[in-house]
Design a protein around this ligand. Structure first.
Ligand code: PEP
Length: 250
């Protein structure tokens, strides 16, 4: 059985006090929920605090990014070992905002994924097409190439540490969502692509999350689709009530 997962990407939001408030609310709302793994990704400065606050809960803390190098002269960057030393073993890689604003290419992401896997971390790997790709009917090719470029040199054994997050860029933070049918169609394509490149068992086991303006109002319909195993949530993860409603929509 594939794992159902709902992950909240807090992006560059919430100072320490606000983080404490949201974590406090989440502890009362989304701890110990059966059949779904809940993940939150606060900003770097609040990661250790968040880990400590959630230590006794079933909620996992993830980082939003990490550097591919083990250590060294990379001012402002954070390594896998640093994350692991504070208890954080899950990392989001490849978010479209990292690709668009910080120049993260497929080649860089491949290095990041390899480092994270070597360090025995779990990777939430994000990818997805832009509006132009979809309008020109290139969205399947684009998604296949993002997966191939970053992930297809991995050993089969690495896939137990990978969670995929399909996030059409045109749906992120825009209020526009892929229809449940569009999401299912792409998730099924992703699974088929992985089965071809690796094997059916890996394809059947990997959780594929949908991300892009998921809200309490649309979560149930999207999560009901056969190949959608949960969501990566941005804006709606910043409010405990909305996030709980999305978690409970699984
Ligand atoms: C995201 O940033 O991963 C995301 C899906 O954002 P939103 O839910 O706000 O569209």
């Amino acid at each position: 059985m594939r794992k159902k997962i709902v992950a909240g990407n807090w992006k560059m939001n919430k100072n320490l006090a606000e983080t404490g408030n949201l974590l406090g609310e989440l502890k009362g709302r989304v701890d110990q929920i059966d059949n779904v793994e809940v993940i939150v990704a606060p900003t770097f400065t609040n990661l250790y605090y968040s880990f400590e606050q959630l230590r006794e809960t079933t909620i996992t803390v993830a980082a939003q990014n990490m550097h591919q190098a083990a250590n060294g002269a990379f001012t402002g960057e954070i390594s896998a070992d640093m994350l692991k030393s504070i208890g954080v073993e899950t990392v989001i890689l490849g978010h479209s905002e990292r690709r668009a604003h910080f120049g993260e290419t497929d080649a860089i992401l491949k290095e990041k994924v390899v480092t994270a896997i070597q360090k025995e971390m779990t990777v939430i790997f994000c990818f997805g097409e832009e509006l132009n790709d979809r309008k020109s009917d290139k969205h399947f090719d684009l998604v296949a190439s993002q997966l191939k470029n970053a992930l297809f040199d991995l050993d089969k054994s690495a896939w137990s540490q990978i969670i995929l997050a399909y996030e059409p860029v045109w749906a992120i933070g825009t209020g526009e969502t892929a229809s449940p049918k569009q999401a299912q169609e792409m998730h099924a394509f992703i699974r088929k692509t992985i089965a071809k490149a690796f094997d059916q068992q890996i394809a059947d086991q990997v959780s594929i999350l949908y991300g892009g303006s998921v809200k309490p109002a649309n979560a149930k319909e999207i999560f009901a689709k056969q190949d959608v195993d949960g969501g990566l949530i941005g804006g709606a993860a910043l409010d405990a009530e909305s996030f709980e409603a999305i978690v409970r929509a699984i």
